[in-house]
Ligand binder design. Structure first.
Ligand SMILES: [Zn+2]
Length: 332
């Protein structure tokens, strides 16, 4: 920030006007520095409270360019919090037909190679689960299925019905156990927009949530991991605010920073992964000593190459944060 110049400073000013001008400029610089460095005072959990951290990505589309930087960010949370879960909200691949259309690649070998690297990277980062995006559902022969089987983490999709041997049916939901006996239920919901996926059908997402409403009673936090786009996430929040605590979404490539609070539901989505920036969504859930969810907050860490960002939930000193609004309209 120190090298920034302001047109006003270039003109000679005198007396009180000059003092006021400098005070104003100093105040603006100070506020910008605080905002840009991510110095935000957040409520810290009391001794009798517990925190669960949910980290999330979406629409990586074969791109974890700076896996080392991503790993570093994730490790810092794992070092500081007992319960850290990492989820992907779908479309970590690019479907083969799309590649062919764009002439990015024209053969299955290249698709297979990229997919192998992607799954290996995700294994190394330690994902706990991913929901299937339309790009995964647009599978290629048995290649997609065989590579998904190499993942160390499960795939979710409660509304996916598979009637082919070319693709494995995903799990509907998972219940994770956290420190202190808390349970975190995660239900996966997939969206359409895939082709070349013979033998795969999708049920209505709203009906699917309703059919799994027991997860609300059987857990201390009920999370939807979706790949249906932010508009449908909002519809589900409007419809099921009394059941759902958090929706982690993908597909619309929307950067929600901070996440949206709608009808009591925290809706999060962390942009997409195919430009020079990397996005890591962070959600912190705080529970009281009776395991009631009493607070939920989120943010998206945005970083580039080896640039480090600070987090309001993490006590790490770092110089810089890239906070830019992304385009939220296009769908993949
Ligand atoms: Zn998608």
């Amino acid at each position: 920030m120190g090298n920034q110049t302001y047109p006003d400073n270039q003109r000679p000013c005198r007396g009180r006007n000059n003092w006021y001008r400098w005070s104003y400029v100093t105040a603006v610089i100070l506020l910008c520095s605080m905002a840009c460095s991510g110095i935000v005072i957040a409520h810290e959990p009391e001794d009798d409270q517990r925190a669960i951290i949910l980290l999330h990505t979406n629409d990586l589309h074969f791109n974890i360019k700076h896996a080392g930087t991503m790993q570093d960010k994730i490790s810092r949370f794992r070092d500081q919090y007992a319960d850290v879960f990492l989820f992907d909200a779908g479309d970590f691949t690019i479907r083969p037909t799309r590649w062919a259309q764009r002439n990015i690649v024209s053969n299955a070998d290249a698709y297979e190679k990229r997919m192998q690297i992607m799954v290996r990277n995700m294994n190394e980062l330690g994902y706990h689960a991913a929901v299937l995006g339309n790009h995964e559902l647009g599978y290629y022969k048995t290649v997609t299925r065989d590579l998904l089987r190499q993942a160390d983490f499960p795939f979710l999709g409660a509304n996916v019905m598979v009637s082919t041997d070319y693709f494995d049916e995903p799990k509907a939901y998972l219940v994770f156990k956290a420190d202190g006996g808390m349970r975190l239920a995660v239900l996966g919901l997939c969206g359409g927009g895939f082709d070349n996926a013979e033998g795969i059908r999708l049920a209505n997402v709203s009906d699917t949530v309703y059919n799994h409403r027991k997860l609300h009673d059987e857990s201390h936090a009920f999370v939807l991991l979706t790949h249906i786009g932010v508009q449908k996430d909002r519809m589900l929040a409007d419809e099921y605010g009394d059941l759902i605590d958090v929706i982690i979404g993908g597909h619309s490539h929307t950067l929600l920073n901070p996440p949206e609070m709608r009808n009591g539901v925290l809706i999060a989505q962390a942009g997409h992964g195919y430009n020079e920036r990397e996005y890591l969504g962070v959600i912190r859930l705080i529970f009281d000593d009776e395991k009631n969810l009493i607070e939920k907050q989120g943010e998206v860490l945005i970083f580039k190459h080896e640039t480090h960002t600070t987090s309001r939930f993490l006590h790490v000193e770092a110089p810089e944060i890239q906070l830019q609004q992304d385009h939220a309209g296009d769908k993949e």
